[in-house]
Design a protein around this ligand. Sequence first.
Ligand SMILES: Cc1ncc(COP(=O)(O)O)c(C=O)c1O
Length: 393
Amino acid sequence: MNETPRFDAYRHAIPDPLLPQRNDPFDAAVPPIYQTSLFLFDSYKELEDVFAGRSKKPIYSRGDNPTVQLLESRIVEMEGAEAARAFASGMGAIAAAVLAFVGPGDRIVTVRHVYSDAFRFFEKVLKRFGVIVDYIDGTDTEAMIAALPGAKLAYLENPTSMVFELQDLPAIAEAARRHGVVTIVDNSWATPLYQNPLALGIDIVIHAASKYLGGQSDTVAGLVAGSKAHIDRINSEIYPYTGAKLAPFEAWLVLRNLETLPFRLRHHHEAGLEVASWLKAHEEVTNVMHPAFCEHPGKRTFSGFGGLFSFEVSDRIDVAGFVDALGLIRIGVSWGGPESLVVPAKAALSISPETNVFARFGVSDRTIRLNVGLHTAAAIIADLQQALLASKR
Ligand SMILES: Cc1ncc(COP(=O)(O)O)c(C=O)c1O
């Protein structure tokens, strides 16, 4: 793909949110929030039909809730999956999907620069249960494929966090299938509009719906989508027992905010590229880590780009002074919402070293992650420009 990819956000038209709700007695334009923990039964027979699997009627909202199920059906359509499950957070989704497929003594293969709390989950939780975790340079497809034989699971994130390294998903997925390794991809950055891992041969897709799918910095939510067999396994092994269910209101917020996803993403894609190109040409910027500027085969699986990327400033810039000089752009660790945000790696490097993914895999303390929000590229550039000037030593 060249540097300005085809804008293709409407390739997967977002389905009508009311399709499964056509029997709404009032023809409500927006789906109702089933704010209930409990569902009642009229007879012994009705209850037994549910327990025996003959009826799909919800029983209790820690399992199923119609508002949450509506969100699950939307991600099924958007990712071209057979089934999906919503979770209380992206981490709830990641933990459940991984725990459903690994046990003591198993080995998983993942990428260096994986999302920091996924890294901590691997280091603090999985390792405690005797799971071996191999961190590989995901850009090196041969090294990834060489690590697969004997592994139970390959956990990918395309692109990775903070430094935005790419992986060749079709090549890794094909090799993983040959070796019987289950593949998971965190697709939060690209969203289903810009990358469809399942169509590339990946088994399971994860979304931190707290980011672009939620899109308003008002919700923490997670989604897992895949084949019926894989989601059934997550449902039967983990989901009801760890209790990381999504609340109906949170599901409704994501459903509502999905309506604007193509428009928001188009802006993040276009403004992100404009700001990244401006930074690339700036004399005090030594590196821009945006997938558009990578020469890697993994780039071909994106039909557009998120607005989150990183850049490194020269040693003439005082990093703390630069961050403090920003005005429009705020300091904040999440991304995918309307705000334009920075996270300086220098501050993140001060987190205790034993579970610090940035220290472990060598992120430079001159790296700044930038979330291009819904501001214009011109406004963001003006703020970056004045802060670079103000922080020059
Ligand atoms: C790439 C990525 N994946 C997963 C997560 C976890 O999502 P949540 O915060 O909803 O648990 C995040 C959160 O920052 C993230 O950036």
